[in-house]
Design a protein around this ligand. Structure first.
Ligand SMILES: Cc1ncc(COP(=O)(O)O)c(C=O)c1O
Length: 376
């Protein structure tokens, strides 16, 4: 599709990992970089603050979020680090994560636990998923009197499941446990109303499904947490409140955050609701096709799927990381298909994504793959 510079010799069905930025948005980000380079001092002294305020206001409107609790960060990992490393934990405390959590974020939890003496506990959520209630109940059952924070993904990375975060949060609140929602995949992919959800902490990427340039993400925090939050990089704004601390984190690429309104506008031109419907439908069609042709299980029920599917690969034997990585590489080398292969819950899974540049033919090509031959 000519809106993107994605290589045409590859079937790109991995929007989920890194997103893909439309040319219009790349150009907008580049225009900001050039404006900066034309007079860096003028830009940072006069233009940066108002431009950032405008970009943040557009994002706040899109998310229906109180702008006072909203900060740009570089990526979801950066946002998760800011939250986890700002909160106080001590020996005896527990931080709860799920077995479907993004591993890099779980590693941040591990790091924080090592430094504070707290314990990371993993809630095992059975897979394939049967419905949202299983997830809510499994998490609720794992909360104890020692739980100080729950970290849960809005859309899970290894299993492509839309988790019922509002219901999870309601249960956690009843037990007095704050929740960090990792929405790395959510903005743009599912409707998001931060005011209605009223999360304690929410992190979301703008460079995945919101079409912004790479290095654009956000962190939202509820009023009671804002003053104790610090970015990963402490700089001039230290001690001057959330906005000042997060707005200036040293000299950096100016194009990414300032391109967020252009990413939102790209989706608006397509129509966010129509785009979501189209992508959801194509993901469901792809899931059904793959599971029929391969004779395997779909990981998520229709009610928990958005723009990514998770379908079991028709291979028996060990389902470990090494084999998944080998198959992922061979899929690309032999078929020029770019898609993650994931080892999870004792099986190997395909996780194709759907974005505006994808067509049914992309998944038909995937369905024809001879996995045994790749595995040889
Ligand atoms: C659930 C989840 N959290 C965090 C991340 C990290 O995102 P980033 O690489 O933008 O920091 C990802 C990336 O795919 C993810 O899926």
């Amino acid at each position: 599709m000519s809106d993107f510079i994605l290589t045409s010799d590859t079937i790109q069905i991995n929007h989920g990992s890194f997103g893909a930025t439309p040319i219009l948005v790349l150009d907008a980000a580049d225009a900001w970089r050039r404006k900066f380079e034309a007079d860096p001092t003028h830009f940072m002294r006069r233009l940066w603050a108002p431009s950032l305020a405008e970009a943040k206001a557009k994002l706040a409107a899109f998310l229906n979020a109180d702008i006072a609790g909203l900060a740009f960060v570089m990526n979801a990992s950066d946002g998760a680090n800011a939250v986890l490393r700002s909160l106080d934990f001590a020996a005896g405390d527990e931080i709860l994560v799920t077995s479907h959590g993004y591993r890099a974020v779980s590693k941040t939890v591990e790091h924080v636990c090592r430094r504070t003496g707290a314990t990371a506990r993993i809630v095992d959520i059975p897979f394939p998923l049967t419905g949202p209630d299983t997830v809510v109940d499994a998490i609720d059952a794992a909360i104890t009197a020692r739980t100080r924070l729950l970290v849960v993904d809005h859309i899970t990375s290894p299993t492509a499941a839309v988790f019922p975060v509002a219901a999870i949060q309601t249960r956690a609140r009843k037990r007095g446990v704050p929740v960090l929602i990792d929405g790395a995949h959510a903005p743009g992919q599912v409707p998001l109303d931060i005011a209605a959800l009223a999360p304690d902490f929410y992190i979301g990427n703008c460079h995945k499904w919101l079409f912004a340039a790479k290095g654009a993400a956000f962190l939202y925090a509820a009023p009671q947490f804002r003053d104790r939050l610090h970015p990963g990089t402490i700089s001039h704004g230290y001690g001057q409140g959330m906005a000042a601390e997060f707005d200036w984190v040293g000299t950096r690429d100016v194009g990414a955050w300032l391109s967020v309104p252009d990413g939102i506008a790209y989706g608006e031109n397509l129509g966010w609701a129509q785009l979501r419907q189209r992508n959801n439908d194509l993901a469901s069609d792809a899931a059904k096709l793959l599971s029929q042709v391969w004779g395997t299980r779909i990981g998520t029920p229709d009610s928990m799927r958005a723009h990514m599917a998770c379908v079991e690969i028709p291979l028996t034997g060990p389902a470990d990381e090494a084999r998944a990585q080998k198959l992922w590489s061979k899929l690309y080398d032999a078929h020029r298909i770019q898609m993650p292969v994931i080892a999870f819950a004792g099986a190997l899974w395909a996780r194709p994504s759907v974005q505006i540049y994808n067509r049914a033919a992309d998944y038909e090509a995937l369905a024809k793959v001879d996995w045994r031959a790749l595995d040889a």
